[in-house]
Design a protein around this ligand. Structure first.
Ligand code: ZN
Length: 482
């Protein structure tokens, strides 16, 4: 008997097919269109950059603004950045290069200062070409978005040349940017085209590919959070179209995990497609909820407290992968605790803390990390909205408890992946499994703080919120025990 390799329901590199698939889904009125001209995935697609520019209306003789950070990168034997400069130059383009500068650790931060620098460098009629991974992509993408917004002349040409399989940012029309030290997902724009060259992706450090794998694993728990938010009345909109787009994610990743760890082109192509689909999955519903819940807030807190603990930032997706194992464990404990939501065992009134005590709690949590109080203020401004929604939707919570056993518990179990599956995928690929595996390693103390307090930093409702309101202490994340 022949077994066929598992595949995703749709190939993101076949944009016409993807658009047809989306058009065939129910709830059309609530789905956003995907305004990406083309996505190329293959071993030599970088060589098509001049052709991609021409198809986007940027012909030889015109200007390309090439945005990069200062990290040396390779495409097998070649030095990638001079290679792309020469590729554009030889195709007749006038190449302007903008180098993004890093901090004392050499890291470029996706903040508004960087965005403004890029925006100021875009000239009318020029194409913006971002050559980099997540941070460069978010900065360039949002610069193009603000530029378009300011000029109100439609979308300018922005080409995303992905240099690592590290995050879901490439195909997403949202950007994750720092605001007062807190990561915020904000509406941005799609790229005109994406070039995912497998020789480039396989030449990036392994840590980046396995980080990208970790970032797509977020889907395995984030859908549970989104479902909870929806049935508890904290979001107006919930759709399973993004879930369908990422159907088979567990089977595909299990099948290719070893190949991903070995850096084969097949493995890189699977991570690239998963990340592209994940970016599109969030964009069609105009929110990152399908792939960003508990695990992402844990990762965001780890970034927020890094300075305080005197360390650099670990890779986003690597943190997300580790935090996904923990979140999957928390879900399993929650689903297994038979009486936790039994109406007869819950004191519903006790699940509604007052504003003053929570505001003081958040101020106290972040007081040593940011003595200026700005971080706590930014968190409270989001969290207070969530608290108000939680309070005004009390009938939803009562209904939820009443239907816990027959409806919500089995539904949640179907949406959330068991921790051992996530653990197996990440372990077989050689990805970090515990916070101490991260680079730089993160202490258990910092990690536990992030797991326990992630839900305080933003408006999105996650399992941690429900556990907090129920007075259920979150057990400390010990991924080693999976
Ligand atoms: Zn992410």
């Amino acid at each position: 008997m022949t077994t066929f390799p598992s595949t995703f329901p749709i190939d993101p590199a076949d944009m016409p097919a993807l658009k047809r698939w989306l058009a065939s889904q129910d709830d059309q009125s609530s789905l956003r269109s995907v305004n990406i001209g083309e996505i190329l995935v293959g071993p030599d697609v970088l060589l098509q950059l001049p052709a991609v520019l021409r198809r986007a209306g940027i012909s030889s003789g015109m200007t390309t603004l090439l945005v990069m950070d200062e990290t040396p990168m390779r495409r097998e034997e070649q030095d990638l950045k001079p290679f792309v400069q020469a590729l554009l130059h030889n195709a007749g383009y006038h190449v302007e290069t903008l180098w993004l500068k890093g901090d004392q650790y050499g890291l470029v931060h996706a903040d508004f200062e960087q965005v403004e620098r890029v925006q100021a460098a875009i000239s009318p009629g020029a194409a913006l070409v971002a050559l980099g991974s997540g941070t460069v992509t978010d900065i360039a993408k949002h610069a193009a978005h603000l530029y378009d917004h300011e000029r109100a002349k439609g979308d300018s040409v922005y080409i995303c040349c992905q240099t690592a399989n590290s995050v879901t940012a490439f195909a997403a029309n949202m950007a994750v940017l720092l605001k007062d030290g807190v990561k915020r997902t904000i509406p941005s724009r799609y790229p005109t085209a994406i070039i995912s060259d497998l020789r480039v992706l396989a030449s990036a450090p392994k840590a980046m590919t396995v980080a990208g794998l970790g970032d797509c694993c977020a889907r395995f728990v984030a859908y549970g959070d989104w479902y909870l938010a929806s049935v508890l009345g904290l979001v107006d909109f919930y759709s399973e179209v993004p879930l369908a787009l990422l159907a088979n994610l567990d089977t595909v990743l299990l099948e290719y995990a070893a190949a991903i760890g070995q850096r084969t082109h097949e493995g890189e192509a699977v991570v690239a497609r998963a990340l592209l689909l994940a970016g599109i999955a969030q964009s069609i519903v105009n929110m990152s909820a399908p792939i960003s819940g508990s695990e992402h807030v844990t990762s965001h807190v780890l970034d927020m407290i890094a300075d305080h603990y005197g360390r650099g930032l670990a890779l986003h997706g690597a943190q997300v992968g580790v935090a996904t194992i923990t979140a999957a464990q928390l879900y399993q404990q929650f689903l297994d605790s038979l009486d936790s939501l039994d109406p007869q065992h819950i004191d519903i009134a006790a699940c509604y803390p007052d504003d003053a005590s929570l505001k003081a709690h958040i101020q106290q949590l972040f007081s040593s990390i940011d003595p200026s109080g700005a971080m706590a203020q930014e968190c409270w401004s989001d969290y207070s909205q969530k608290l108000a929604l939680w309070r005004s939707n009390r009938p939803h919570f009562e209904q939820f408890c009443a239907n816990w056993h027959n409806l919500h518990r089995p539904k949640l179990a179907s949406l959330v992946c068991p921790p051992h599956i996530v653990h197996t995928i990440l372990a077989q690929a050689g990805a970090p499994l515990v916070p101490q595996d991260l680079d730089p390693p993160i202490s258990q103390e910092e990690y536990d703080f992030a797991v326990q307090n992630g839900h305080f930093i933003r408006v999105r409702f996650v399992l941690g919120d429900l556990l907090y309101f129920l007075g259920l202490a979150m057990k400390k994340g010990n991924n080693a025990g999976v």
